[in-house]
Design a protein around this ligand. Structure first.
Ligand code: RP5
Length: 163
């Protein structure tokens, strides 16, 4: 996507991409300049610190961070920047993402992380939430988001069940 990224999608491992790509797809659909990359809280802590510490100066308006298991990535990124962090609990192998959800949602007071649903729906909703954040100061984007909602509503209203 051309232009300086305004939204970042980061994840703890390449294996998170199958979930996190749903956030990227939303950003692409709305034409939001974005970047996506692997940043691990546990395995690349120095990179994580640098990434978070420079996020505001690079013009990022929010950071979507997905991780699975003991999912520290969103909380640690939020600890190092005041750019809003949207946390996506990635479905884990052992506990199906419940571990990820609790790790991300249960932030102690003082460092907030907005937490979304486990898995693909959460990633897509984090993308939509990022669009909504940007649409706050962008009337054209707000109209596109409203149009998306209208199309979605029309699709559901047209749903037919088998006789
Ligand atoms: C976390 O560990 C990642 O976010 C991923 O969900 C999980 C497993 O990583 P891999 O072993 O697949 O690299 O840090």
């Amino acid at each position: 996507m051309s232009g300086n990224p305004r939204v970042a999608v980061i994840m703890g491992s390449q294996s998170d991409w199958k979930v996190m790509r749903h956030a990227v797809e939303v950003l692409k659909e709305f034409g939001i300049p974005h970047e996506a990359r692997v940043v691990s809280a546990h395995r690349t802590p120095d990179l994580l610190y640098k990434y978070a510490a420079t996020a505001a100066d690079r013009g990022l308006r929010c950071i979507i961070a997905g991780a699975g298991g003991a999912a520290h990535l969103p909380g640690m990124v939020a600890a190092k920047t005041i750019v809003p962090v949207l946390g996506v609990p990635v479905t884990s192998r052992a506990l199906k993402g419940l571990d990820s959800l609790l790790s991300i949602a249960q932030m102690p007071r003082g460092i907030p992380v907005a937490t979304f649903a486990i898995g693909e729906a959460g990633a897509a909703n984090a993308g939509l939430f990022a669009v909504a954040l940007l649409a706050n100061g962008d009337a054209k984007l707000a109209r596109r988001l409203a149009a998306f909602r209208r199309r979605q509503t029309a699709k559901v209203r047209a749903m037919k069940l088998p006789k």
